[in-house]
Write a protein that binds this ligand. Structure first.
Ligand code: TXA
Ligand code: MG
Length: 410
């Protein structure tokens, strides 16, 4: 697409957001968002309708600049009054964070004023609203052109992995929305970190594209604690962020996650899992433990596993791209395909191997895309090599994987 064409698409989307009630999908640096004018109920309702999202799960508001945010905190005052105002309406505790991480993948909670300009559907009845200033230049331009704050959840169908490329949005929401702005694959690949600095000590409600160690370095945030539920904690107490109680990030395939701490998983999938997909040929009959005729096994490798994660494979081939998908518009890795073999039975299924590399940022960027890719290629089960969640933004990667997993090996 040429520059003039891209600008025309952007202008069209900006005008559309202002006037229409069908949401517009747009890229951010984290994931694609499904945006609507946050000040109009009819438009915000369109988001819930298109996504099939429960309406008690609040939306993040996206602003292009701090004055747009101040206008939300002090409705009814003119921008001039706001600009000359001595005391900033943005709470002191957030200033260091905003200076350091905005524009970028951080969402903060703020009190929603009485007579708020935000449509009530944005906050789902909560006394606070979540807001961030994205760093994607397409996102910032779109918000500026629309001239209003944009409410946007991730642009996936509810419960599916978040979309990190335009074709993921198309796959999930085709026919439900009219406009998708294509900005190529997202840089970060996991959603924003959500923090609440209105309570003491401040808390991280969702790990995301800004690591907790970075947040802890900011004045007022030295004692920030984790308030999200992960792993075994899931479901044990009332969730703080309303989104936490729903199934999330799940491909159709069964996901089996090998935690970093799981020793036997260091060399690949364990014997029990191997048996599950390797047929035993007794009496010359092919017999699968789960009785399916063939198995398509997805393997997502990160730091530890070798190709195939310890499965026996035969001939290998690079697979062609899924139609509509090219290197430029969203493929961040290669999928290598092989025959799963059994000594006696021969080929017993198909192996689909994706290597996300060992860099945490690269793993985060490719994660959702890998799960979607394997799903579209018909994987029955996806084995994933987990990483140490203490490093940089690895907490976000492991949080999403734990939510997507049907089984976790610890
Ligand atoms: O990176 C992102 O944050 C992406 C892009 C599009 O900006 N958006 C996103 O939105 O991930 P969504 O709707 O998929 O997730 C929003 C999260 C949910 O966990 C929700 O519960 C939480 O933010 N949230 C929003 N407003 C809140 C509030 N007032 N109090 C507590 N949690 C809130
Ligand atoms: Mg989401």
């Amino acid at each position: 697409m040429g520059d003039a064409e891209a600008l025309a698409a952007l202008q069209k989307a900006g005008a559309y957001l202002k006037e229409q009630d069908i949401p517009v999908a747009f890229p951010t640096e984290t994931v694609y968002g499904l945006g609507a004018d946050a000040t109009r109920s009819s438009a915000v309702k369109g988001i819930y309708a298109a996504k099939g999202r429960p309406s008690d799960n609040p939306l993040i508001v996206h602003v292009s600049d701090l004055d747009m945010l101040r206008g939300l905190l002090r409705p009814g005052q003119s921008p001039q009054t706001l600009a000359t105002d001595q005391e900033d309406i943005i709470p002191r505790r957030y200033r260091a964070l905003v200076d350091k991480f905005w524009p970028g993948p951080l969402t903060i909670l703020l009190p929603n004023p009485t007579a708020s300009r935000l449509a009530p559907e944005v906050t789902a009845g909560l006394p606070t609203f979540g807001v961030r200033m994205p760093s994607s230049s397409l996102a910032l331009s779109l918000i500026k052109l629309a001239g209003v704050p944009i409410a946007a959840p991730s642009a996936n169908a509810s419960t599916k992995p978040s979309p990190t490329a335009a074709q993921h949005v198309k796959y999930d929401l085709d026919g439900r929305i009219e406009l998708i702005l294509d900005g190529g694959p997202c840089q970060v690949g996991v959603e924003s970190t959500v923090v609440d600095g209105l309570c003491d000590p401040p808390v991280v409600l969702r790990p995301g594209g800004v690591g907790i160690d970075e947040i802890r370095k900011c004045p007022g945030w030295e004692n920030v604690t984790k308030a999200y539920k992960d792993q075994s904690e899931v479901g044990k107490s009332t969730p703080r962020a309303p989104g936490m109680k729903y199934k999330h990030y799940s491909p159709r395939a069964r996901v089996v996650l090998y935690e970093y701490c799981y020793g036997p998983g260091a060399n690949g999938i364990m014997d029990g899992d191997r048996r599950l997909i390797t047929p035993t040929s007794s009496n010359g009959h092919l017999e699968h433990q789960d009785k399916r005729p063939t198995n398509v096994i997805g393997v997502v490798r990160t730091r530890r596993w070798q190709f195939g994660a310890g499965l026996k494979y035969g001939a290998l081939r690079q697979t062609p791209h899924i139609p509509g998908q090219t290197e430029e518009n969203g493929t961040l890795f290669r999928v290598t395909m092989g025959d799963l073999v059994d000594e006696q039975a021969g080929s017993v299924g198909t192996l689909l191997d994706i290597d996300l590399g060992s860099d945490v940022r690269g793993i985060a960027q490719g994660l959702f895309s890998a799960l979607r890719e394997l799903d579209q290629r018909g994987a029955d089960v996806i084995f994933v090599d987990g990483i140490d969640d203490q490093v940089d933004i690895a907490a976000a990667v492991m949080n999403r994987l734990r939510k997507a997993a049907s089984e976790i090996r610890t």
